[in-house]
Write a protein that binds this ligand. Structure first.
Ligand SMILES: *[C@@H]1O[C@H](CO)[C@@H](O)[C@H](O)[C@H]1NC(C)=O
Ligand SMILES: *[C@@H]1O[C@H](CO)[C@@H](O)[C@H](O)[C@H]1NC(C)=O
Ligand SMILES: *[C@@H]1O[C@H](CO)[C@@H](O)[C@H](O)[C@H]1NC(C)=O
Ligand SMILES: *[C@@H]1O[C@H](CO)[C@@H](O)[C@H](O)[C@H]1NC(C)=O
Ligand SMILES: *[C@@H]1O[C@H](CO)[C@@H](O)[C@H](O)[C@H]1NC(C)=O
Ligand SMILES: *[C@@H]1O[C@H](CO)[C@@H](O)[C@H](O)[C@H]1NC(C)=O
Ligand SMILES: *[C@@H]1O[C@H](CO)[C@@H](O)[C@H](O)[C@H]1NC(C)=O
Ligand SMILES: *[C@@H]1O[C@H](CO)[C@@H](O)[C@H](O)[C@H]1NC(C)=O
Ligand SMILES: *[C@@H]1O[C@H](CO)[C@@H](O)[C@H](O)[C@H]1NC(C)=O
Ligand SMILES: *[C@@H]1O[C@H](CO)[C@@H](O)[C@H](O)[C@H]1NC(C)=O
Ligand SMILES: *[C@@H]1O[C@H](CO)[C@@H](O)[C@H](O)[C@H]1NC(C)=O
Length: 868
């Protein structure tokens, strides 16, 4: 084992300044095993054949400098998008644009602000997930973006307080996997490459970056390490990423933090082993912004694109660029590896975008001014940089629909739907506008007025924001209701005077916010510091409900909040979670409150009674001296409802819960076994590594093109300054050979054995994993008096002593007329019924008796049947 530790250390260290072995203080740190060489593309991969052919043709014409240009960002703020790589003018390809975010176009104008991923997950509606991905893709395309940086499955949501959970979908891997696949298909069908991120174990904001943590006064020298065992990795965190690969995603983003003490963007086990070998990912991996810490070692570990290209923002130097040109010329990075990087980028490009004739990028992330420097950081190239193209089309309708259908009716004792209420009183700052305007806080890093988006890079500017107050008032007036609102949480006497009147229906709006770690708002460094409501929301709810016997509570939040102090008050007649609804917020909630939309959202997480009840929590204080803080995922696969079930604790509202204005009855569960045959492990080996095109060994061919070359300040280029490689690199440790510091097999180009769990040509793992083994059906009857959408949920119990009580495996969304019965049909694949066998390194269906359940939530499973 000692050998492995040394090798992993080499692979993990910086290119020129190996940081390992670290001083290991009290504990022995987890390590990540080496997996080399980096897998090359498979020309026969399903869905990638044509793209491969086109890419091969293109890449075969490229010079080494052009290939390096394609793989290396031009530096932070060097161009218009949040990240761009060098252009290939000779072959007619402009600089590719990588841009945020998972819910719209960040920092632009005349774009839409969509509901968050988490709110979209709450719809449990595959069609809406797809349509949202498609609409975001259309808007990105309309701005000239080539890769939109979403969707998110990391964080998955291990800890409810984690700052960015709302950007993703749900702590349930199946629901997230569906969200990933549908979003990716939609986005890429619209002609924009999607980016599955952040790979992997990126479950909290604290300590994700050294500089950021130091800025907050935490003196650490390395980022957090998420220590995740192999079974948990497969059965939980990798699961939705497998769905992303299977859906044909073109790109991945590796993460800031470490896994087992090896950085996400140079961890060969993660990128070479899990992603490219096992899942058969054929697209490219880009680094998160400043998540690259090494040059040749990152290339050998499977990184394909350096973002934003400079070592740290605005240093003007790069681990790649010039260094990558030199590393290929001196043999540290084999030619096949740079060819494979270029192939992967161009194959993803051709798979989604077909032709190199691209529309120009028509916006600048760095300013909304019409004219300005195209090279923002350098302040060079003054010209028109914003064309203010309106890309919104009719997406407002879709946004309104998703947010309404993603609203979860948690409680209703009969006050909803509203029907021409005599007097409506709306209370709370969260119902009203931000007095400074909806976009007034940079990257939404504050919480004034109604909350419709979290903060950080996962945001977009609002084209407008319909507040609940505005929409409810318009509706009340139309109905002839009396209407008053108090848009502050701190007017107790006026609020009491208002809501104590006869015949009042009071709606209280409250919220809790979170976001990305670079913004610290009110002591929340990305991650929430508590799970309670903000701005004294609990006091507001308790006050209003003590004065008014018909109090309705609406929560806008980035995850669960603790509501145990008031949720069961008889005066609180309804509770709704409206998530982060985006620009149409007020219209969406009005549609639900008045029954124009019969609620059908289901909670994508558990509402626990206490914070401790969730088990795993954010690590807020470094626990390893100045070294990498260690987050041990010791709870294994038991997060969210799986943890509550295992601990057998009661919850306030369980995962999957959500009410309707009608009622449904479940009956007649049936199971049908399919003849799927036996599992065939994949056997055989790859081809040897191909190379595409030749390159000259004469360093003169790699110098800057001419004296007059328009060198932009701090811009990252592929060229050399001088034919002296040591000076051209400027690397203080220049001269180490591959043999000296690269791990064994890192430059091996011989055929490699295929993993038994991999799909020979099928992205997403062994295709037999996706064979349907059982089909489960049940009858759902609408026993109420209005039409409604029901979300039947199919859970299984795998039966082993280490398995969760139940796990979600499929769901449906059925529109059923009153008195009518519809059939739900869910499928169980081999993967759904398997465990990851860490010894065999494959999925295995255990011999334990397995049960299927169909019901309304994870704790309302009325129907069950043995799978035999
Ligand atoms: C992390 O270490 C655990 C052993 O504790 C191992 O099971 C797992 O495969 C490792 N994962 C990675 C990505 O290195
Ligand atoms: C690399 O990209 C830059 C622009 O990003 C461009 O000026 C230069 O010509 C490109 N170099 C090659 C060799 O294509
Ligand atoms: C941070 O830790 C390092 C290593 O222990 C130490 O040398 C340095 O003085 C510390 N810096 C601060 C600001 O405490
Ligand atoms: C090459 O990489 C090293 C770090 O490994 C860095 O110090 C140097 O500035 C880089 N050179 C260029 C030209 O970017
Ligand atoms: C925004 O909220 C902060 C508290 O978080 C408050 O101090 C400030 O006054 C608010 N600003 C406006 C314009 O409402
Ligand atoms: C309004 O309140 C009064 C006094 O409590 C009550 O008599 C009356 O029935 C109420 N009207 C409606 C429409 O609820
Ligand atoms: C929780 O954090 C929020 C936001 O910083 C703050 O408004 C609230 O007072 C905190 N709650 C408690 C109980 O401290
Ligand atoms: C419910 O509201 C009424 C006023 O309508 C109040 O008298 C009563 O104390 C409230 N009950 C609770 C449990 O807050
Ligand atoms: C390359 O040359 C430019 C211009 O002389 C200089 O600013 C830069 O520092 C040089 N880069 C290296 C890596 O020596
Ligand atoms: C090869 O080039 C890379 C990148 O500049 C450098 O780090 C390495 O030390 C060089 N090795 C040799 C043997 O020149
Ligand atoms: C299931 O039982 C059969 C017969 O006892 C045995 O051959 C097989 O290995 C078992 N499978 C697993 C996964 O334990």
């Amino acid at each position: 084992m000692k050998f492995s530790i040394v090798v992993a250390a080499l692979a993990s260290g910086a290119l020129a300044t190996p940081k390992y072995p670290q001083k290991l203080s009290k504990r022995t740190l987890e390590y990540s095993p080496p997996v080399y060489p980096s897998p090359w593309m498979n020309p026969e991969a399903d869905g990638w054949e044509a793209a491969y052919t086109q890419a091969r043709e293109f890449v075969s014409q490229m010079t080494l400098l052009e290939k390096v240009n394609l793989t290396t960002g031009t530096g932070w703020a060097s161009e218009q998008c949040v990240g761009q790589v060098g252009a290939i003018p000779r072959l007619g390809l402009r600089s590719l644009c990588m841009h945020d975010s998972p819910l719209g176009i960040r920092g632009s104008d005349y774009n839409s602000a969509f509901p968050s991923g988490q709110t979209t997950a709450a719809t449990f509606d595959r069609g809406l997930m797809y349509r949202r991905g498609y609409a975001i893709g259309q808007e990105a395309r309309g701005k000239g973006i080539n890769v939109i940086l979403g969707p998110v499955a990391g964080p998955l949501g291990r800890m409810p307080a984690a700052g960015r959970n709302w950007e993703g979908f749900s702590p349930d891997p199946v629901l997230t996997g569906v969200g990933m696949a549908e979003t990716i298909k939609g986005t890429q069908d619209a002609g924009v490459i999607a980016c599955a991120k952040h790979f992997i174990g990126n479950e909290q904001e604290h300590f994700r970056q050294v500089g950021e943590a130091r800025g907050y006064g935490f003196n650490i020298s390395e980022t957090l390490s998420s220590n995740i065992d192999d079974r948990t990795m497969h059965e939980l965190y990798l699961w939705p990423f497998a769905d992303a690969v299977r859906a044909g995603v073109g790109s991945f983003m590796c993460s800031y933090q470490q896994v087992n003490n090896s950085y996400g963007c140079q961890n060969s086990k993660l990128m070479n082993g899990l992603l490219k070998d096992e899942l058969g990912f054929q697209g490219f991996v880009m680094s998160d912004w400043q998540a690259q810490h090494t040059g040749a070692a990152a290339a050998a570990s499977g990184l394909d694109m350096s973002m934003p290209g400079d070592t740290e923002f605005n240093t003007g130097v790069s681990f790649w660029g010039t260094n990558l040109t030199l590393a290929v010329l001196n043999g540290t990075v084999p030619a096949y590896r740079i060819d494979d990087m270029a192939m992967r980028i161009m194959a993803a490009f051709f798979k989604v975008q077909k032709s190199v004739e691209l529309d120009p990028i028509n916006f600048s992330f760095w300013t909304l001014d019409t004219y300005g420097p195209i090279h923002w950081a350098a302040g060079e190239g003054y010209q028109q940089i914003n064309y203010h193209v309106d890309v919104r089309a009719d997406h407002a309708n879709l946004i309104r629909e998703i947010a309404a259908k993603g609203t979860v009716l948690l409680k209703n004792t009969g006050s909803l739907p509203l029907n021409k209420p005599k007097f409506l009183a709306v209370i709370g700052e969260d119902a009203g506008p931000n007095p400074n305007g909806p976009n007034s806080c940079a990257d939404r890093g504050c919480d004034n007025g109604t909350l419709a988006m979290g903060w950080g890079s996962g945001t977009a500017n609002y084209p407008y924001l319909i507040t609940p107050d505005a929409a409810l008032q318009a509706r009340a007036i139309k109905d002839g209701s009396r209407y008053e609102s108090i848009l502050t949480n701190y007017a107790a006497s006026q609020t009491k005077a208002l809501v104590s009147q006869d015949n009042v229906t009071a709606i209280v709006f409250v919220n809790a916010d979170s976001g990305e770690g670079y913004i610290n708002f009110d002591g929340n460094m990305g991650d929430r510091k508590n799970l309670t409501l903000w701005r004294d929301g609990d006091a507001l709810v308790k006050n209003v409900s003590s004065w008014c016997s018909n109090t309705i509570v609406v929560i806008h939040s980035t995850g669960p909040v603790l509501i145990g102090e008031w949720y069961d008050s008889p005066n609180i007649t309804a509770i709704l979670w409206a998530g982060l609804p985006g620009q149409e917020s007020g219209n969406s909630i009005t549609d639900v409150l008045y029954g124009k939309v019969n609620p059908s959202g289901r909670s994508p997480f558990t509402w626990g009674a206490t914070r401790e009840g969730y088990g795993a929590d954010v690590l807020y204080t470094p626990n390893n001296g100045n070294g990498a803080p260690q987050q041990d995922f010791t709870e294994g696969v038991f997060i969210d409802y799986r943890y509550f079930d295992k601990a057998n604790t009661s919850v306030i509202y369980e995962f999957g819960h959500g009410l309707s204005y009608t009622t449904f009855k479940y009956s007649n569960i049936q199971v049908q076994k399919s003849n799927a045959g036996v599992y065939q492990p994949t056997i055989g080996q790859t081809t040897p590594a191909p190379t595409f095109g030749n390159y000259s060994a004469d360093l003169n061919d790699y110098l800057f093109p001419s004296e007059e070359f328009p060198y932009v300040y701090q811009y990252i280029y592929p060229y050399l300054n001088t034919t002296d490689p040591r000076n051209a690199s400027g690397d203080p440790h220049f001269g180490q050979t591959a043999e000296e510091f690269m791990p064994p097999h890192a430059i091996d180009d011989s055929p490699q054995p295929l993993l038994r769990s991999s799909g020979k040509n099928a992205p997403g793992g062994n295709p037999a994993l996706y064979d349907v083994l059982y089909t489960v059906t049940a009858d759902i009857t609408n026993t109420g008096s209005i039409v409604g959408d029901e979300v039947p949920q199919l859970y299984v119990s795998l039966g082993g002593p280490d398995d969760p009580k139940v796990v979600l495996r499929d769901f449906g969304k059925l529109r059923i007329e009153p008195g009518q019965t519809a059939q739900f049909k869910g499928v169980l694949t081999r993967r759904d019924l398997s465990n990851w066998d860490v010894v065999l390194q494959d999925w295995v269906v255990s011999n334990y008796t397995k049960m299927a359940y169909v019901g309304k939530s994870s704790r309302d499973l009325g129907l069950s049947i043995v799978l035999s």
